[in-house]
Each structure stands twice: as C-alpha cells, then as structure tokens.
Design a protein around this ligand. Sequence first.
Ligand code: PLP
Length: 456
Amino acid sequence: MPESNSFDDNFLREMNARQVWHPMAHPAESQANLPVILKSGHGVRVTDIDGHEVIDAVGGLWNVNLGYSCEPVKQAIADQLAELPYANIFRGVSNDKVIRLAHEVVDFFAPDGMARAFFTSGGSDSVETALRLARQYHKVNGEPSRTKFLSLKKGYHGTHFGGASVNGNANFRTQYEPLLAGCFHIPAPYTYRNPFNQTDPAQLAKSCIAALEDEIRFQGPGTIAAFIMEPILGAGGVIPPHESFMPMVREVCDRHGILLIADEVITGFGRTGAWSGSRLWGVQPDMMCIAKAITSGYFPLGATMINDRIADAFEADSSGTAAIGHGYTYSGHPVGAAAALAALAETRRLDVVGNAAARGTQLFDGMRALADQYEMIGDVRGGHGLMAAMELVSDRDTKAPVDGKLAIKVQKTAYEAGALIRVSGPNMIISPSLIIDEADIDTVLSAIEAGVKAAS
Ligand SMILES: Cc1ncc(COP(=O)(O)O)c(C=O)c1O
C-alpha cells in the first residue's frame, strides 16, 4: 500500500466535495455525506486514503473490465505518450494506431454486422454521433423527413442533449428541459413495474412491441429516423428484456424503414456473457454505440460502429450530402487508440466473456437468495453476465421505493464490509470487473448482505 502523507490527506478530507461538483449527485448531499476518497487500485480492488481496501463491485463504472492492474494497457499508453501523444484525424490526417484500431473493432463487431468505426471520447459522444448519422443517413438516402427518434422509458443514453432527449428517466431530463423535439418513448420491458400490470416477460415484450407499433403508426413511419435501445438496460436498474424483445424490435424497425441503434456502451466487450448485447439476443443492429471497456476505462474513448447498409449509402454519395459535419478534437486520439488495441488484445486473450457468464450466474443466484431473506429487496434483476441489480423498497406490497437515507446506509455498510457498491435511486447496481473470481463474488455478496441487514 502506498505510504500516506497525513498533511496531504488532511487537505483532501478538508476539501472533499467542496470544489468538486459530483456528477449524478446533489452538491449539498455530497457535502453532507462525504464521498470516499480513493487513492489506488490493484486487481479488482481499490484502496482509500485511510488504507481501507475493498472489492470494487462497480467495476469503475461498468468499464474497468480488466481490473486495475492490466499492465499491457498501461504500457501501451506510456509507449504511445512517448511516441505521439496527440494527433487529430480531421480531413486529411490519420495515425497508425487509429487505423489499426478501426480494423480491430470492425473485426470484433463483424458478427454484429458492423463495417466502419467513427471514434469519439466516450459513451455520450457515441450516442450523439449515432443519432446525427441516423438523420444524415436518411437525408443521403432521399428520405429527409425521417428525423424523429424512438427509445425506451428507463433507457439511459448519456447526458448530451441528444442522449438526454432519448433518455427514459425523469431524473436526467426534468431540470434540463426543453429537450430535443421529436423524441418519443415506449414502455420498457420491465416486469417489476409497467403500465400493463404484466409480470410475464414474454407477454410483456409483446405488449411493449404493440406500444411501439402504435407509436410508429401515430407518428407516421416516414417521420422516424431511428429507434435506440440498450440490449440490457443498465443505468435504469439492470432490466434484461425477454429474449424475444430485441428481435421483435429489429423486425418492426425493418418493416418501417427505421434504423436500429444498439447502445452497447455497457454491454459491449463481454459484460453480458456474450461479446455484445446484440449478439446475446441474435440481432444485428444498424449502428452500435461503444465506449467504457474499449480501453478498460484507462483512457476516455468511444466509437459509433456503422453497418454496411449505412456505409454503402454514405460512401456512394456524390452530391456532398454525406460529408460528415461532426467530430471531436479527440476522435481517434492515438493514446486512446493504443490503449484500446491493448485492451482488446487482453480482452480476447483472457476470454473474459466466459468468466463474466459464470461469475454473473453466481452473483445473480446469490442476490436472489438474499431476496428470500430480506423484505427490503423488492426485485432482483440480472442473469446475463456481470450486471445485476436489487431494487430496494420500503414495502413489498406497495413497492414504495426505499428511503434515500437507508439507501446510503446500505452503501456505507457494504463499503465497511469490503465492497464498493453503487446505489442509484432505489437500485443497488453491481457490475464488477470481468476478471473477478469466485471467492471475491462471495465477498461482494456478504458485503451486500451486511448493508441490507443494517438498513432493514
Ligand atoms: C448505455 C449507456 N449509454 C451511454 C452512456 C454515456 O457514456 P459516458 O458516460 O461515457 O458519456 C452510458 C454511461 O453509463 C451508458 O450506460
């Protein structure tokens, strides 16, 4: 453990949450409940300035898939910093790493039908890019009236105005309205709460698809550019749809000339126990948004992946409509690209997908067993790799959400008991690194139990 300097540590404690405004938190709440201050990470563990070491059951933020000690990625970053620390890839310039990375990610997502990559700085950028390219595709393709977007309630697509507009959770919308015009939401295949009062996943999938068809008819198919969805909804509280759902969405989109965008920012690179969420459900989308684990979180990088149908339309255009008026200073950053090349090689070498599936089952079974013991656990969702959630309630019959103070108590107690977990609203979300082993999952489960027990 690195030696701690008490003078520095007192400064950190004193200044904690004073000048940093934390994302997804009320500034006053962060000042009243000070964040833990992390200082180092090794394997699947992180250590705070008091020397308290815990398993990071959040896996960074669903992104540190290879844990904190992936030397090849660290080395690739260091080497690239020495060689070429930055280069833009706007018109007329490229670099060796981004060309190699495009080849790698196209190969990685070829089974999903992907053929081209547009690089970004993260997930929100990848979503923004996909939404823009969807509109542009229809203009290039002679259907300029297709401008609207459909998405799922409970879906999370980052926080840019485009992403927030297709976002399906009021927490991320209300204070930022008015949002983008022309975005409409369909009920999510969320068995625990839905407007159809339906608990059967297959039936619920059908009802949601009927609502999708209804909305398309109402809006007019010729006005809709794309439908965007997470193959398994993540930040909304880990909501895996029935296996029939995404294939049915694909069929409906095809029938109405609507593009399907899979937001794979969480589900890409093995988290679900398949290499992508789309592959888990046997669907080929038109575009995929990826980020997070592409560098195992070690460098901010993302990409929007594009299939042949869209690529062909853009590349065949001679009118100029297909010129891309979109991009980021850090699109194709050589350090990010080098990090991603190394992370992808390690991801494949370690075959993390198999471990994600096995450990995911262990985690989900363990969480369900806890639900049999503690009334506070209203619902447990997961079962597809290393993404699982518990929805905490104050009353199982009314499903009233747990009090916010109790949710904080669960998180704090679990931390003291050895696991950093995330409680977002009423949902405890667990998404550890994909290299986690069996004994560490047991530790996570016992820390969760300690948290729930203390708050029950
Ligand atoms: C499905 C999904 N899309 C987009 C985003 C936004 O990514 P970022 O926070 O890197 O902008 C996230 C982040 O969690 C996400 O889960």
